[in-house]
Design a protein around this ligand. Sequence first.
Ligand code: ADP
Ligand code: MG
Length: 404
Amino acid sequence: MTVKTLADLLDEGVEGRHVLVRSDFNVPLNDAGEITDPGRITASLPTLQALVDADAKVIVMAHLGRPKGEVNSRYSLAPVAEALSDALGQYVALAGDVVGEDAHERANGLTEGDVLLIENVRFDARETSKDEAERGEFADQLAALAADNGAFVSDGFGVVHRAQASVYDIAKRLPAYAGKLVEKEITVLDRTATDPELPYVVVLGGSKVSDKLGVIEALAGKADKLIIGGGMCYTFLAAQGYNTQKSLLQEEMIDTCRDLLSRFGDRIVLPVDLVAAAEFSADAENRVVALDGIPEGWLSPDIGPESVKQFAEVLSDARTVFWNGPMGVFEMEPFSKGTEGVAKAIIDATANGAFSVVGGGDSAASVRVLGLDEDGFSHISTGGGASLEFLEGKELPGVTVLGA
Ligand code: ADP
Ligand code: MG
């Protein structure tokens, strides 16, 4: 990478300096407001710990959910502050505001090795404003928290594809560096993006074809095989003429899928059987059916066992694997077999020497929820959209700006 990294910053010296860090703490919460998967917090620790150990005064910026520019206690970073305190083994104070009086007082009061978290940056509408001047004004206020001689470390890989104030504009106002997580993600993804060892097998799933069209287009030309399962496969099956009944379907994408099939049909691998369920519920009646066998009024929440077998066969001699998107509604136990089976096949391929990358928030969560070995994959990316955009060959503004 041609950007400055945390190692450079540590070389320059950070003792007593305010260092603003953008982390990605956009963790899933349950109805009780508890964190159900702390993966992103864990991934932020190496950078934060290194700054603490070097006696910096650390100020962390992050967002949670979509509060849409308004203060909303439901999206407070309080549970994150608590989890981060536990993980770092030291008290992490949470400011009562984003760039208000409390944040400034607390930032001024930091001593060497302290960590302060400011409130959800998306409580302020300027964070995500399309107007550069508005974002710039907010970025000025964020930069002011770092006082004189401050620095900025970009470590929220999940947001580097967004030109937002705490990701992008701030980097133009302070000496800026890539954190350890961003550096690692870019290095690893680059290995799949440029010159992957062949055969290269891409596994795509998840809910919407439209979300992943760009990556299908970009990867269909590069990958030897493109396995498609999950909620997006039904639009492809519909394009082949199957009646998918009440399964997830993006009608307006059927023509696009037909076109993709005609151009890349020899590379695209679709399911050969499905699980059908009477309704979208974990305790609904369900059975394995052929592609043309979804009973009237039923839907398909998962791929079938024969599909898992065939997908596993394709994966067995892969040397590079990129997986994004669950194969079924893994959140419901009866419909988690497809995702589990494919994940295990990728773990097996990895054990046989393949380089495997998992990208996507839900895909990464599924690995943990299903109790699979995270170390069985070469890399689990913390950024869904960011990893997809990187593989599509798009520029990541939050990374590009670090080199400016
Ligand atoms: P990621 O976050 O890994 O990129 P997506 O957000 O695209 O993945 O998709 C994840 C969601 O897709 C999951 O919540 C899962 O329940 C849903 N999904 C997968 N298969 C199906 C299906 N057959 N029907 C409905 N939803 C599905
Ligand atoms: Mg998702």
